[in-house]
Design a protein. Structure first.
Length: 367
């Protein structure tokens, strides 16, 4: 593993995870994009009621929604708006004013409203059109058609993981390939020789020699356990990667546990706890710190530069310069510094993370 950028990936990913945990919590009123995407993925494609048609300007109109969906405010709406059976040609317009002034089939999804203009700028009071609204997992008509046909035979899939994999095949097309799959029982799916091309997302390709997936309904929630063997993601190689997720009735995901192993050793172990469905705390153990220290020094251009960089990052976190909602005590900062750039022979770094409102309090100890 020497010479591979392992440390910056793990370190930055950890801070981003903490940041987005806080961001999703702060956006609880609009439920955040991730649970809405999961809802669309699980329930879609499906037709939605077209209601509340109102004129907004000379060329533009609005439609109302009776539930939340991932909108263009959150990055990209999952909805498709059809006019007389055909998708309006200019979705995801970044300006309501432009829809009103230019029209010609432009539309945008904001909150529980759709702002749109007919494709021919018609006055709908004089020249009516038929509109249909679909949660289509995006705006590709061909993929939507294939997903619709798949949904019609959903009952033939006894295993929910098999149905999810069939959906992924339609969405990713040739970018997703695997040697074989088989249902071991009604909740357990085995996939061999998986390869996923993520170049379109500017990410390294993902490959796994084998994946065991279990999807177990528990009341209104679903527990998902995925065990990946022989994993390669870009330059990172792992013997085993185990991920446990829980998705509640509102499609809010919660990471329950994550374990990464290589060469018979546990590199990363993360476990979380919740109370009344709310994420409360986590325990993160990082092993093979000799590798992390080497990677940090190589990334920063030497041990002294690494120490200076880490000290600056921790100082910015302590003073709130980096607004990430993390609270590190002086003792925690000292432990992190000693473990990652010091001379001590630490083998495992333990981090305990406890939520206190919008803040995550972090303590550290080293073995």
């Amino acid at each position: 593993m020497t010479g591979r950028p392992l440390f910056p990936i793990l370190f930055v990913s950890g801070w981003l995870l903490a940041y987005y945990q806080r961001a999703l919590k702060s956006r609880r009123n609009d439920r955040g994009a991730l649970p809405l995407l999961l809802k669309s993925w699980w329930l879609g494609p499906r037709a939605l009621p077209v209601a509340g048609l109102q004129r907004a300007s000379t060329h533009s109109y609005t439609l109302s929604l009776d539930e939340d969906f991932c909108s263009d405010e959150m990055g990209h709406s999952t909805l498709m708006l059809l006019e007389d059976g055909r998708p309006l040609p200019l979705p995801h317009c970044n300006s309501v004013k432009k829809i009103a002034s230019h029209g010609q089939g432009r539309w945008v999804h904001v909150g529980r409203k759709l702002f749109f203009a007919p494709g021919d700028n018609a006055d709908l009071a004089k020249t009516p059109h038929q509109y249909h609204l679909i949660d289509a997992l995006g705006g590709n008509p061909e993929i939507f058609g294939a997903l619709s046909k798949l949904a019609q035979v959903r009952a033939t899939f006894r295993n929910p993981a098999s149905y999810a994999l069939a959906k992924l095949q339609l969405v990713f097309g040739k970018r997703l390939a695997f040697a074989s799959q088989r249902e071991l029982d009604a909740t357990h799916l085995r996939i061999d020789g998986l390869k996923l091309d993520l170049a379109a997302s500017f990410l390294p390709d993902l490959a796994a020699a084998g994946i065991d997936v279990k999807v177990v309904p528990q009341g209104g929630t679903h527990r998902i356990q995925a065990d990946l063997m022989g994993v390669r993601w870009g330059e990172i190689e792992l013997d085993e990667l185990s991920i446990s997720l829980e998705i509640d009735a509102e499609y809010q995901p919660r990471l329950v546990a994550l374990v990464a192993r290589r060469d018979g050793q546990t590199l990363v172990e993360l476990g979380t706890e919740s109370r009344d469905g709310e994420w409360q705390s986590a325990r993160l153990d990082l092993a093979r710190l000799d590798v992390l220290r080497r990677e940090l020094a190589a990334t920063c251009g030497g041990a002294e530069a690494a120490a200076s960089w880490l000290d600056g990052i921790l100082a910015d976190l302590a003073t709130g310069t980096l607004d990430m909602g993390l609270n590190l005590s002086d003792a925690c900062r000292a432990t992190l510094g000693a473990a990652l750039v010091g001379d001590i022979t630490t083998r495992v770094l333990h981090l305990d993370i406890v939520r206190a409102g919008p803040t995550l309090n972090i303590t550290a100890r080293a073995d």
